[in-house]
Design a protein around this ligand. Structure first.
Ligand code: UD1
Length: 427
């Protein structure tokens, strides 16, 4: 199993190209199930999760082929053509779904297109209970009959989906995406209230509109969808990954470096950049990118994760690594997931001083971190350990790198190109 070996202490200098967003790419790929016409997606990141979704879609009957080269149209990611002429199989089996929680995103599109679906309950990152009750409640409002048997959700809507009004009791990105996709082929109008406003939801909605869907309210907390009988094909460029950009911004800040992030949209990262500014990091817009540098000391700042446009939960662990060497203290509160502090005992092994109190962790900055062998337990936790390793004295080995590979494209190459002493060990 691969490991990442880091010799800490080198400040990062240079440019990092930000890839397409995994969390936008996955629902966009699932949307190909909604039409028999081809969908071409550009700027897809090279990630294990993308391959997992491609395998699942192929199993359902989607024909997937590479189209164009990386670099076409100025994008680094690859382009895929997805064509679901016919849905061959409406069961998403456990063997494929267990690898990735986002597999649940095929449920809405399969139901909308064929009137039936059988989807294994998902696995995914171990960051809390992560139920799918909201996906199911919303779909039953759309007229779907749902049964749970042997770990599978068996759903059917033999007479098609019916437009409805549904208010999410809590904000859910995945459930918003599933219902949005389903509602595009429902009979009549659907009004979804208290939806997730994450940019990845907006990216999906924009692609659906290009496919002929009628959607109003993108970027607000209410989406109004006029269902269509069919959707057509389109081409779409996946939005840049704001979480990847935020992670590298924090890497530059941690190491006292100066880097340019190429590609990210500043307005999608505002809550994060504001916090970095408060912490003493300089953040400037440049042509086509964002410059992040730090000369002075880092200051402790309090952070609370919230749905967009708040501070993203997917950057909470990395922010904890940053705060671990800041002057003073930082209170980091996780309001989205109930068990997202698994990086803390590992950071503590590197010398970080962090105490968890319920949903908050109190980080008291220390003078330096010391390299150690550490174990990643989920995707973003792994990223926080890589960041800590970049600044720690001595050697850090990050184990279970497959978590990182599910969400960061060539992380060690991108960091090494900016001067980090980092390599992947194939052991
Ligand atoms: C997505 C992102 C993930 C991010 C998360 C929150 C993808 C592929 N993943 O995950 O990286 O961390 O949004 O920004 O886009 N919940 C329920 N019932 C449900 C659904 C969710 O209680 O049916 C709860 C979850 O347990 C969690 C909260 O709602 O506490 C938010 O989860 P949700 O927004 O659904 O996360 P995902 O879509 O799984």
């Amino acid at each position: 199993m691969d490991k990442i070996l880091i010799k800490g202490g080198s400040p990062l200098f240079g440019c990092i190209q930000i890839s397409g967003a995994k969390n936008a790419a996955l629902p966009l790929m699932a949307a190909s199930l909604l039409t028999d016409a081809p969908i071409v997606l550009h700027n897809l990141p090279h990630l294990a999760d993308i391959s997992t979704m491609a395998n699942l879609l192929t199993h359902h009957g989607v024909n997937i082929s590479m189209t164009g080269e990386a670099g076409d149209g100025g994008h680094t990611g690859r382009a895929l053509k997805l064509k679901a002429s016919k849905i061959k199989n409406t069961t998403a089996p456990y063997e494929l779904v267990r690898r990735m929680r986002a597999s649940i995103l095929v449920l809405g599109p399969l139901l909308a297109r064929t009137g039936e679906a059988r989807v294994s309950l998902p696995g995914g990152c171990a960051i809390g209970a992560r139920p799918v009750d909201l996906h199911l409640k919303g779909l039953s409002q759309l007229g779907v009959k749902i049964q749970m048997e042997e770990g599978y959700v068996t759903a059917s809507a033999p007479h098609g989906l019916k437009g409805t009004k549904f208010t999410f009791p809590i904000v859910s990105v995945g459930a918003t995406e599933n219902l949005l996709m389903a509602a595009c082929l429902a009979n009549g109008e659907t009004v979804l209230t208290n939806v997730a406003r994450e940019p990845e939801v907006g990216d999906l909605a924009e692609c659906l509109i290009k496919m002929g869907a009628k959607i109003n309210g993108i970027g607000t907390d209410t989406l109004v969808i006029q269902g269509q009988r069919t959707l057509s094909g389109t081409e779409h460029i996946v939005v840049p990954d704001r979480i990847e950009a935020g992670t590298y911004a924090m890497a530059a800040a941690l190491t006292g470096g100066d880097i340019i992030l190429k590609g990210p949209r500043m307005e999608l990262l505002q809550a994060v950049l504001d916090k970095l500014g408060e912490a003493g990091v300089s953040v400037q817009k440049t042509e086509g990118g964002i410059q992040v540098k730090r000369n002075g000391k880092l200051k402790g700042v309090d952070v609370m994760t919230e749905p967009f446009p708040g501070f993203p939960t997917d950057l909470q662990a990395q922010m904890t690594a940053l705060m671990s060497i800041a002057e003073g203290a930082a209170m980091i509160t996780e309001s989205i997931f109930e068990n997202r502090f698994m990086h803390i005992p590992e950071l503590a092994r590197m010398g970080a001083n962090v105490t968890v109190h319920g949903a908050s962790s109190l980080v008291r900055g220390v003078g330096e971190l010391i390299g150690a062998p550490v174990m990643a337990t989920d995707l973003r936790a792994s990223a926080s350990l890589v960041l800590a390793g970049l600044v720690a004295k001595g050697e850090t080995t990050v184990n279970r790198v497959y978590h990182i590979d599910s969400g960061y494209e060539r992380i060690e190459e991108k960091l090494a190109a900016c001067g980090a002493n980092i390599e992947r060990l194939d052991v």
